[in-house]
Design a protein around this ligand. Structure first.
Ligand SMILES: Cc1cc2nc3c(=O)[nH]c(=O)nc-3n(C[C@H](O)[C@H](O)[C@H](O)COP(=O)(O)OP(=O)(O)OC[C@H]3O[C@@H](n4cnc5c(N)ncnc54)[C@H](O)[C@@H]3O)c2cc1C
Length: 391
């Protein structure tokens, strides 16, 4: 069997890469190891408006559960700041929380359907086991379907196999993860009558979610994704989640668990005949753990560059480097800044977090000048040392 492009993984990274490769008139096969695309959900399902602009799709009520206008950040001492009360300052944008909460089961499958309509062939319940290499160049995959092993040749292989990816490692592009870079998450979809419908809530504190945060993302009226991510402690994310949800009078209808890589992107996302995209490339915002809105632009570029390479009959790493160059222009600086912020946040104590929220609350509706922020930091010398590189 031979295709121009083989895509490993069938969720957003895979479906968007294959959609944009197929739209550019090359033969594409997308391979997904599960029997259904989009399940199990491993996501709080929040995304930005830009997702749909990049996809050139109108968001549909079939998979948009809620439109979020704003958000609230809760400090460890239970004080809070609303995003709409923030005045724009440095990289702090008061529209930061605007976006959609999706039904990813429907959305991911919708993307796969759009990709199939554009011409992509899809194999389900098929696991890619190995990469085929010839003279050091990747030229296909070895896949297993219902006990049968097959070789599928390709000019370009795109690895969109998620956080658990081993394709990038097989291609020599990735070292094993540092365990402290992986955020371990647990989430319930809860039914409860008093969730805000247009607001996300984020909760910080060492007792709530050490090394991460807890979230409440509204879905349909009366339901919300309530979850958290942690790094480091002996207790599991699920144990922290059980404690956290005890504050809601709510009933769970779904439980999801999963890991989010917060290391920032891998150094190189291409080699001869091969591209890597999405969580597999660690193209995730290291502060929020959001990977949908970051994967979308990268996957589009991956599909387009793979198609260009096929047409140019050149899938060498010199040609495919343009994928790496293009996605870094789009989101590279944002991911770098976010990684710096994550490292600062890792060192913040609960008291410093409380003080920051108090400072923002005291500045409600006022212009925050750099001078007033530096004066505030002057009272918190340790904080000043932590954040000085961000200013
Ligand atoms: C609890 C949690 C909450 C999150 N919340 C948000 C959020 O609110 N907003 C946001 O933007 N991001 C969020 N994220 C991150 C987001 O879900 C991911 O960044 C995004 O799904 C990455 O998409 P992907 O296609 O790269 O990888 P994945 O979604 O992991 O898809 C990889 C696919 O590849 C398949 N696969 C793997 N190996 C093989 C193989 N060998 N052969 C064939 N198929 C294979 C898998 O079955 C899977 O379908 C969250 C993550 C978690 C865990």
């Amino acid at each position: 069997m031979k295709y121009d492009v083989v895509v490993v993984g069938g969720r957003i990274g895979g479906s968007i890469s294959s959609l944009f490769a197929s739209k550019n008139d090359v033969d594409v096969l997308m391979i997904e190891k599960r029997q259904e695309i989009g399940v199990p959900v491993q996501c709080a399902e929040g995304t930005t408006h830009s997702t749909f602009e990049i996809l050139e799709m109108k968001p549909s009520s079939r998979y948009v559960c809620a439109e979020v206008e704003t958000g609230t950040i809760h400090a460890p001492n239970e004080t809070y700041i609303n995003a709409e009360d923030l005045v724009e300052f440095n990289n702090l944008d008061k529209n930061i929380a605007k976006g959609y909460i999706l039904d990813r089961k429907v959305f991911d499958k919708h993307l796969a359907i759009e990709s199939a309509k554009a011409g992509t062939d899809i194999m389900l319940k098929t696991t890619v086991k190995d990469l085929i290499k010839k003279d050091g160049k990747i030229c296909g995959v070895v896949a297993k379907h219902m006990g049968k092993t097959m070789e599928i040749k390709a000019d370009v292989v795109i690895a969109a196999d998620g956080v658990e990816s081993n394709m990038a490692q097989m291609a020599g592009l990735k070292a094993p993860d540092n365990p402290m870079d992986i955020c371990s998450c647990a989430q319930y979809e809860l039914v409860c009558s008093n969730f805000d419908h247009d607001r996300v809530h984020l909760y910080f504190g060492r007792d709530i979610a050490p090394g991460g945060y807890a979230w409440v993302f509204p879905k349909e009226e009366g339901t919300a994704n309530v979850g958290l991510g942690i790094r480091g402690p002996a207790e599991t994310a699920y144990q922290y989640l059980k404690k956290f949800i005890s504050k809601f009078d709510a009933t769970p209808v779904e439980l999801n668990v999963g890991g989010v890589p917060l290391s920032g992107p891998i150094d190189k996302t291409y080699t001869d005949g091969f591209l890597v995209v999405g969580d597999a490339a660690r193209q995730i915002d290291p502060v929020t753990g959001g990977g949908t809105f970051t994967t979308v632009p990268c996957a589009r570029v991956a599909g387009e560059v793979a198609a260009e390479a096929v047409k140019a009959e050149d899938s060498s790493e010199d040609f495919l480097k343009r994928y790496d160059d293009e996605w870094r222009v789009k989101i590279g600086d944002m991911l770098k800044m976010s990684l710096k912020c994550r490292k600062v946040a890792d060192d913040l104590t609960d008291n410093e977090m409380n003080a920051l929220v108090e400072f923002l609350n005291n500045s409600k509706g006022k212009e925050i000048s750099k001078l007033s922020f530096i004066k505030f930091l002057g009272k918190h010398p340790r904080l000043l040392r932590l954040v000085k590189d961000l200013l």
